[in-house]
Design a binder for this molecule. Structure first.
Ligand code: HEM
Ligand SMILES: [Cu+2]
Length: 585
């Protein structure tokens, strides 16, 4: 078949004929585009669940006596349940699912000129395993004892002992099962992405001519392959501790609610190491595809080549590699040796270098561009803004001396929501507005898109910026109420402001949902290349045919971002256009 020089191609790969029955076409489809949409809609469902749970938390913090639908009167352990499920759903089923499973699946093969993923059946299996994982997680709400309350980090020994809390029985087993299934699905997905990128590129699509989106999905897949395996192993060990009596994570002699636990000899710290060895790369798994999309969109809508293409590729690799040696910055409080803490701190600060390279290159791309402020561009600029705002607090938290007072306060909640949560969500929004015409053959409404952007952008800052201040004032994380803590009472107006901002921001998401669903059926018909972009997905029909290119595998002659090439007839040169001399930039 094809080789890794980008010559040869997927042309030889006759994967499968277009199915005709409804079930094979839309449910158990092997077409990467259908699977991409399935992941997208799964993430869309998940984000609404996750968001409503966060709304309940915010409401409870300000109006503690209000009856919440389905949850009723929220007790402290109920609040912990909400935040555990909120965090888990958001991290796994939104931020890992939409950018990679959704957009990556849909656009990686098309952008590299392949008719499908390398292993279409495996791809289908990945989606349905992810779906099952989601069902298992949601089922935790409905079992006796309710959903787990150990946080999205499920620290042992709390998570290892069914007696330890109301949701720590069946609910916790379901949580672990869900995460284990998710890991399996992600590992299969990662294999597919890596193989596809290496083997199925069209003729002329050398690695250094790939759009930065493809690079980001590729690097993300490698991170996934290395990280999810570790979490899967940890999850299996935790299940054994809970159900078979092993003692990987449970120390001897623990007394839980008056009962002495029989386990002996395990180490709760082992769980922290395994979890964060996965957990830190996971934040890059969430954000890297957003970086890819942002690069793609900034270049397209500035009508300029991306500034420093190769530096962008190497920066992603640098972030990926460094991402595996910094997990200890989540464990400064664990009593680690100050020498280890110093090493983790130093490595963490080092990630600032490739991150800054990316940021400056994005700004360099915008510099003197003929900027078109369409909705995808607004969200891409919003991504850069949030990435910087959230990133700035990183070097603070990377210092043990500062992290020790700040950890487990709202300063951390502010930091990770801005950089991991909302920046990644902005990447997903940018991708949605950018690729919607290709996926659904219609345009989204631009006015609604802009209103959605401005409300969400302002709302996000209004929610998460004041949390830094609260954290510095000592407001702890995972508290269901400030009432019992006298010195935090002055923060009540801030809490009220944040909840108000959350309500308005969440309300603004209805504009997005309406625009999305309405435009699918009623939007203006899209042309094949509405943004005048250069990459391969814009050379094919809208929406693309079953094998992506209707039997004509493209041949690539140019780099991915040839905008504004001096002397060229129009301001963009598509990757399939006749070769132009590489522009000096
Ligand atoms: C509408 C926007 C959002 C709001 C209002 C919101 C609100 C909250 C609140 C109130 C908490 C509990 C904090 C505490 O008491 O300790 C929380 C925790 C958390 N949120 Fe969000 N959130 C939002 C979006 C997101 C997104 C997009 C992500 C994706 C990464 C996310 C991930 C998390 C995680 C991982 C936790 C920690 C859970 C834990 O402590 O185990 N959130 N959020
Ligand atoms: Cu980290």
């Amino acid at each position: 078949m094809a080789n890794s020089n980008g010559h040869g191609a997927g042309a030889a790969m006759h994967v499968h004929a277009a199915p005709t029955g409804f079930i094979r076409k839309y449910i158990f489809s092997k077409d990467h585009k259908v699977i991409g949409l399935q992941y997208f809609f799964l993430a869309l469902t998940a984000v609404w669940v996750g968001m409503i749970l966060s709304l309940f938390m915010r409401i409870h913090l300000v109006w503690p006596n209000l009856q919440i639908p389905f949850f009723g009167d929220i007790k402290p352990e109920g609040y912990l349940t909400l935040l555990t499920m909120h965090g888990t759903i958001m991290v796994f089923f939104v931020l890992t699912t939409a950018p990679q499973g959704g957009f990556g699946n849909y656009f990686l093969p098309i952008q590299i000129g392949a008719p499908d993923m390398a292993f279409p059946t495996l791809n289908m299996l990945s989606f349905w395993t992810t779906f099952l994982a989601f069902v298992a997680l949601i089922a935790a709400f409905f079992v006796s004892g309710g959903a787990p309350l150990g946080g999205w980090t499920a620290y042992a020994p709390l998570s290892a002992i069914p007696l330890a809390g109301p949701g720590q029985g069946t609910g916790m087993d379901l949580w672990i099962t869900s995460i284990a299934l998710f890991c399996i699905a992600s590992l299969l997905g990662a294999l597919n992405f890596i193989t596809t990128t290496l083997d199925l590129r069209a003729r002329g699509m050398t690695l250094m001519r790939m759009p930065l989106t493809c690079w980001s999905w590729f690097v993300t897949a490698i991170l996934g392959l290395l990280a999810f395996g570790v979490l899967l192993a940890a999850g299996v060990l935790l299940l054994l501790d809970r159900n078979v009596g092993t003692s990987f994570f449970v120390p001897g002699g623990l007394n839980v609610s008056g009962v002495v636990i029989k386990h002996k000899g395990g180490s709760p710290l082992l769980w922290q190491h395994l979890f964060w060895f996965f957990g830190h790369p996971e934040v890059y798994i969430a954000i890297l595809p957003g970086m890819g999309v942002t690069s793609q969109v900034l270049s397209t809508f500035s009508r300029k080549p991306i500034f420093g293409y190769k530096a962008m590729v190497y920066a992603m690799m640098g972030i990926g590699i460094l991402g595996f040696v910094v997990w200890g910055h989540h464990m400064f409080m664990s009593g680690m040796s100050p020498y280890s803490a110093f090493a983790f701190s130093f490595m963490t600060m080092a990630i600032g270098v490739p991150s800054a390279i990316k940021t400056f290159n994005w700004l360099g791309t915008l510099w003197k561009g003929k900027i078109r402020f369409m909705t995808p561009m607004l969200f891409a600029i919003g991504f850069v803004s949030l990435f910087v705002s959230g990133g700035l607090s990183g070097p603070f938290l990377a210092q043990p001396a500062l992290d020790i007072p700040l950890h487990d306060t709202f300063f951390v909640v502010a930091h990770f929501h801005l950089i991991m949560g909302v920046a990644a969500i902005f990447g997903i929004f940018a991708a949605t507005y950018y690729w919607f015409p290709k996926m659904f053959g219609r345009m989204m409404n631009e006015t609604l898109g802009r209103i959605h952007f401005f409300l969400t952008f302002i709302g996000t800052y209004a929610i998460f910026m004041p949390m830094h201040y609260e954290g510095l004032a000592g407001r702890p994380r995972r508290y269901s109420s400030l009432d019992v803590v006298q010195f935090l009472h002055p923060l009540k107006p801030v809490e009220f402001f944040i909840t108000l901002a959350a309500i308005l921001t969440i309300a603004a998401q209805f504009i997005f949902l309406f625009n999305l669903l309405w435009s699918m059926f009623k939007g203006k018909k899209a042309s094949d290349n509405p943004w005048e972009a250069t990459t391969l997905e814009w050379t094919t029909a809208t929406p693309p045919p079953h094998d992506n290119f209707a039997g004509k595998i493209p041949v690539v002659n140019n780099g991915p971002y040839e905008y504004g090439v001096p002397g060229a007839a129009k301001d963009y040169i598509m990757q399939t256009d006749p070769a132009v001399p590489v522009a000096k930039h």
